[in-house]
Each structure stands twice: as structure tokens, then as C-alpha cells.
Design a protein around this ligand. Structure first.
Ligand SMILES: Nc1ncnc2c1ncn2[C@@H]1O[C@H](COP(=O)(O)OP(=O)(O)O)[C@@H](O)[C@H]1O
Ligand SMILES: [Mg+2]
Length: 354
């Protein structure tokens, strides 16, 4: 149980600044994802939290106290990595109880705590197996149990599912979230998978080149991204160029897009003259009759994908929109269509945050 506050964290590898002022906060019991492409500084941030790396600047406060000069083994955090490195010659139960034996706890207490945590991660009955005698998903749950049994103040997970196949990944993902919520433990979770971050987290930090581009709830980063980078990384997106942007109040704008006047909401305080564009997620668009809707265009591609008909619409002014239409929609190649937009999901944002 802990609150965490990371402020202005910097980490330099030789002359390369891998973290350039990372700031984020976790309330007690929250799961915070660090999301971003390879090389953006997720693992470096997590390693600074764990105490495996010493930051060159900034601070990390846990329950209000700086921990940057506390050695890793005194922080009382649990860490789970992608390669879980179980001891091959120890049974599952011995692996889970390892940290407690190091602490020289009484045998009876070790047995009880190992039993309880193995039940929590649904490994009961496998105590006497060796790591090589259980599946990859079960091995990863042993690694999780090994961290949890020490009742850490903070749980740190770095791409823990990366070595699992898709089906197992799903299963272990839900288990981690269940266990984290049941135990009320604050957790940081590194992933480059946007759906994983969205599904599991209370808050997501979208990282970009050693900085946090946006720190917000999954809903906010998806529906109200602060810039194109965030929108692109968090799901399918259409970006339409806009002109004649006029602010009409806190986060409200009048714009011209694809030759049409629109009133939309967006990122507050986009500077006048700054390059902005309109975000339209595919599910906020629907096909309507050619003379109805907000835009007019023609169908330039369509693909039946079972649950949806994916269409590419080239608008009269040349802009292109991709949308997911009803699978039973009848469209003909080059057929004229109208596109209606759900205005509550149209979002004006700067191409690059000012
Ligand atoms: N030990 C190191 N020495 C030099 N550069 C490193 C080292 N570790 C990581 N980096 C660089 O720092 C950047 C961030 O790395 P990392 O935090 O591992 O990214 P991520 O986990 O987001 O993929 C990358 O450009 C990486 O090449
Ligand atoms: Mg990494």
C-alpha cells in the first residue's frame, strides 16, 4: 500500500539522455501503465523505481518520502520481469518461498504464506512440480507469487506477458489485475501493447522519447489525446487537416474541416496559428445517405471482416477517412455516400503538443 510520486526523473546513459524529466503519480491501490514504443524509456523508469538504476536527476517519493538513496533490497518492492528466471532445481513452492527463507521466517509461517499466495494466483496443487514441469503461463504466475509473498509496498512489472502466447497472455493479464485489485497493492506495469494498458490500468502514462506525453485514464488518452502521437499509439484513428480554427471558450472551437463548418471540443488552449487536426476514431463515424451526414465522398475500398465492414471513404475534397460500417451495409465501389460523425467523439488536437 503506497502512494508514489515521480518528479522530473532524469537518467543518462553515457551521453544519451534516456529519461528527460519523467513525472507521474500513483494513488494507493492504483495500477499505472507505462505505455510506449520500444526505446522510449519504460524499463529505465521502472528500474529507477526498483532501485536497480540510480537517476541523474529528479526524485521518487513513496508515501511522501524520497527513496532514491535507499538500496533496492531495502525498498520492499516486488519486481516481475519478462524472463522470470525461476530456480530450475527448486519446486514451485520452494521458488515461491525463497524470499521468506532468506528472511529466516519460521517454517510454519512460510508454509502458510506460500499456500495462501499460491491459491491467490491459482497455482494450488502444483507445489511439488519443478519449473520445467509447468506451462509458461504457470511459470509466470510463480514469478508473480514469488514477488507477492513478500507483501511488497509496490509491485513493479516489466512486460511480464511478453513471452506468452496470445491466449495465455489474456488469462494471466486478468489474473494480475484481479490479484492487484484484491490485494490493494499499488503497481506499475510496463507494456508496449495499447490494449493491455487500456484494459488493466487506472492510469496510463504514454511515453515518448524519455518523457511522458500524456498521463491520464485509459478513456482520456483514447478519447482526448493531447497530440497525434498519443492518438496514434492508442488505437485506430483518422486525422483530418483543419483550417480557420477559432477558440470559442474553454476547449471549444469552431473549425473548417473537409470544406464543412463544425463546432467541436478539443485540447484546451491550442495556440492561435498552431498546426491542429481533427481526430475521428473509426467507431465515431457511420455511413449515411449521400445527401445526409457531415461529409460527402465515395467508397474507395471496402473489406468484409465479419464483425464489421471496413471502408475507406475519399471525401469530395480529397481527404480520406477509414471507418467500420455495419457488416450488412451494402456499398458499391465508387458509390457516393455520406459520412455522419458523432460530434461528442470528434476531438481537435495539436499535431505536436506545444
Ligand atoms: N545500459 C544502457 N546503456 C546505454 N543505453 C541504454 C541502456 N539501457 C537502455 N538504453 C537506451 O535508453 C533508451 C530507453 O531504453 P529502455 O528504458 O530500455 O526503453 P523501453 O523499455 O521503453 O523499450 C533506449 O534508447 C535504449 O537504447
Ligand atoms: Mg523495456
Amino acid at each position: 500500500m503506497a502512494t508514489v510520486e515521480v518528479t522530473g526523473l532524469q537518467k543518462r546513459y553515457q551521453d544519451f539522455l534516456a529519461l528527460d524529466g519523467v513525472s507521474l503519480k500513483a494513488k494507493t491501490g492504483q495500477l499505472i501503465s507505462l505505455l510506449g514504443p520500444s526505446g522510449c524509456g519504460k524499463s529505465t523508469t521502472l528500474r529507477c523505481l526498483a532501485g536497480f538504476l540510480e537517476p541523474n536527476g529528479g526524485d521518487i517519493l513513496v508515501d511522501g518520502e524520497s527513496i532514491v538513496s535507499t538500496p533496492a533490497n531495502r525498498r520492499g518492492f516486488g519486481v516481475v520481469f519478462q524472463d522470470y528466471a525461476l530456480f530450475p532445481h527448486m519446486t514451485v513452492a520452494e521458488n515461491v518461498g525463497y524470499g521468506l527463507r532468506l528472511k529466516r521466517l519460521p517454517k510454519g509461517e512460510i508454509a502458510t504464506r506460500v499456500y495462501d499466495v499460491m491459491k491467490l494466483v491459482r497455482l494450488d496443487g502444483l507445489d511439488r512440480r519443478l519449473p520445467k514441469e509447468i506451462s509458461g503461463g504457470q511459470q509466470q504466475r510463480v514469478a508473480l507469487a514469488r514477488a507477492l509473498v513478500l507483501q511488497p509496498r509496490l509491485l513493479l512489472l516489466d512486460e511480464p506477458l511478453a513471452n506468452l502466447d496470445a491466449r495465455l497472455r489474456d488469462e494471466v493479464r486478468w489474473l494480475i489485475r484481479d490479484v492487484q485489485q484484491q490485494s490493494g497493492i499499488t503497481a506499475f506495469y510496463v507494456t508496449h501493447d495499447q490494449s493491455e494498458a487500456m484494459a488493466m490500468s487506472d492510469m496510463v502514462a504514454v511515453m515518448k522519447a524519455g518523457r511522458v506525453a500524456q498521463f491520464a485514464t485509459p478513456r482520456e488518452i483514447y478519447q482526448k489525446p493531447t497530440e497525434r502521437y498519443v492518438a496514434d499509439f492508442t488505437g485506430e484513428a483518422n486525422f483530418l487537416p483543419v483550417s480557420q480554427v477559432t477558440g470559442t471558450g474553454e476547449g471549444s472551437y469552431r473549425i473548417v474541416v473537409a470544406g464543412t463548418d463544425l463546432e467541436v471540443t478539443g485540447v484546451p488552449d491550442i495556440p492561435i496559428g498552431w498546426d491542429a487536426e481533427l481526430l475521428l476514431r473509426p467507431e465515431s463515424l457511420s455511413l449515411v445517405a449521400p445527401d445526409a451526414g457531415t461529409f460527402r465522398g465515395r467508397v474507395t475500398k471496402s473489406a468484409f471482416l465479419g464483425a464489421a465492414l471496413h471502408c475507406e471513404i475519399t471525401l469530395d475534397d480529397g481527404d480520406v477517412l477509414r471507418l467500420a460500417a455495419d457488416p450488412n451495409e451494402q456499398v458499391s465501389a465508387e458509390g457516393k455516400v455520406g459520412v455522419a460523425i458523432d460530434r461528442s467523439h470528434a476531438w481537435l488536437m495539436p499535431k505536436v503538443a506545444p
